[in-house]
Design a protein around this ligand. Structure first.
Ligand code: ZN
Ligand code: ZN
Length: 468
């Protein structure tokens, strides 16, 4: 057993609900409950240590009749509701949590908090709960968090993130020394930008034309931890657009992730890179995916996209998904050339509702992966779609849409385009000079984005609630 670290993700909608519930005009303290989903990461791919991530799943108010007393320095309430919370958490395999405010003080755990919580933690463990989480909302939007891991021991958070259209990650320790390599971007975004970007953990799924450009940009931006996921080796037809690839890589049968890792290392900033040669649905990738702060979806594969679409909702990890549609002109028909960047997170319409993934195609891809012979047979009989001519691809367009995607991340982190955060769905038309934001409504009863049941739900069996 290594040293376990803890981080907490609050979905923006939950953080807002808590701030509203806990605000008192007279400046007195207030409290509420919260239920967390967990990501129980056996081995963080960068630190090789275990990591627990708690993701907010549901806010549970403490009702007025449960309140006993409160002032600017204390709050007490009856434990009836707490017993109900423990029961619900146990039954639904969630982690119970407390939130209280220090309206006029810092976010920290006082000795009074230690005493009170130790008592509540004892009750939680006696009731068979996994643990008891606790958050303090202090002045100036500061948040402190910890998890009682036994009746006597607590684990403090290494970071607390508030995840919505803005990505707000507060790391407790800054591991970074300044480097002149990144000085010019600090000149634009301020001195806090580089420490934040260097503590960031980003997964890139798909390392072809768009993915390699995304990786190249993230590397030079200084993203400290990169996870590259792709199953493929490079071939001659990829050389026109995979950044960093060389003809000799084709001759040597090199994997795309290894080519990109080589380039990252040669850059020399010290970005920590891990590579995984696997398809995104492979169970061996779960620790890697769950350890990320943000994911870029750069695959062409419908089943992979559907997996990431669910994943973003279960774990509150934003997915920035990219796609291109390139059609040549024919007689009487103009070029049709468009790129898309979509941000998927709880609260945004999902990729299914947007109509950019096809469940049918996904099923065909699954068959192709599991039983290539049967896939070919059905394809020859025209029962399945896909596997047709390879799509056209030109480096300027794959790279351009990668820039749109990474700009969206920078917008989420800095708000340079305003406080609204990341745009849900951005379309760039290359055949015209045009960028547009185009969103949609969630389809009624969409099992991913039109229900809060899976938002922040974390680990469930089977993984992501998907059988098979
Ligand atoms: Zn307190
Ligand atoms: Zn949906």
């Amino acid at each position: 057993m290594g040293i376990r670290t803890l981080d907490i993700t609050l979905l923006k909608s939950h953080e807002e609900a808590l701030r509203t519930l806990l605000h008192r005009e007279d400046g007195s303290e207030a409290a509420a409950y919260i239920l967390f989903g967990t990501a129980d990461i056996e081995t963080d791919p960068w630190t090789h240590q275990p990591r627990t991530r708690l993701i907010s799943h549901e806010v549970v108010p403490i009702t007025a009749d449960e309140m006993v007393s409160s002032s600017s320095v204390h709050v007490t309430w009856s434990t009836q509701g707490f017993m109900r919370l423990l029961g619900a958490a146990k039954q639904r395999n969630l982690v119970p949590g407390l939130v209280h405010t220090h309206p006029n003080a810092d976010a920290f755990f006082s000795t009074q908090d230690d005493r009170n919580e130790a008592e509540l933690a004892r009750t939680a463990f006696n009731k068979g709960n996994y643990g008891l989480a606790s958050l303090v909302f202090g002045q100036h939007d500061a948040i402190a968090g910890r998890l009682w891991t036994s009746m006597k021991t607590t684990l403090s958070t290494s970071s607390i993130s508030v995840i919505g259209r803005q990505i707000n990650i507060r790391s407790m320790k800054s591991e970074v020394t300044e480097t002149p390599i990144l000085a010019r971007q600090a000149a634009l975004f301020g001195k806090d930008f580089n420490p934040m970007i260097r503590s960031l953990r980003v997964g890139v799924i798909g390392c072809g034309g768009t993915g390699s450009a995304v990786v190249s940009l993230l590397t030079r931006l200084g993203v400290g931890h990169l996870a590259l996921i792709d199953n493929d080796t490079i071939d001659t037809t990829n050389l026109n657009r995979v950044h960093g690839s060389r003809a000799v890589d084709v001759a040597e049968g090199r994997a795309k992730v290894d080519i990109l890792a080589r380039e990252i290392e040669a850059f020399g900033l010290g970005n920590q890179v891990v590579t995984r040669k696997a398809w995104v649905g492979d169970p061996s990738l779960r620790d890697t995916l769950r350890s990320c702060d943000v994911l870029f979806g750069c695959t062409d594969d419908n089943q992979g996209r559907l997996t990431l679409n669910r994943f973003a909702h279960y774990y509150g990890i934003p997915l920035i998904d990219l796609g291109l549609r390139m059609r040549s002109a024919k007689s009487g028909v103009d070029y049709d050339m468009a790129g898309r960047v979509t941000t998927i997170l709880p609260g945004n319409p999902c990729l299914m509702c947007l109509g950019v993934v096809s469940a049918q195609r996904a099923a065909a891809e699954g068959l192709q992966r599991a039983d290539p012979k049967e896939f070919e047979r059905r394809k020859s009989e025209a029962y399945v779609e896909g596997g047709g001519d390879p799509a056209p691809a030109v480096v300027t367009f794959t790279t351009s849409i990668a820039c749109v995607a990474v700009d969206e991340l920078i917008q989420g982190l800095t708000g340079f385009r305003g406080a609204d955060g990341m745009t849900h769905n951005r379309i760039r038309r290359f055949d015209r000079v045009e960028d547009r934001a185009m969103t949609c409504q969630p389809l009624t009863a969409c099992p991913v984005c039109d229900t809060k049941v899976i938002w922040g739900r974390g680990d469930v069996a089977p993984f992501l609630g998907v059988i098979g």
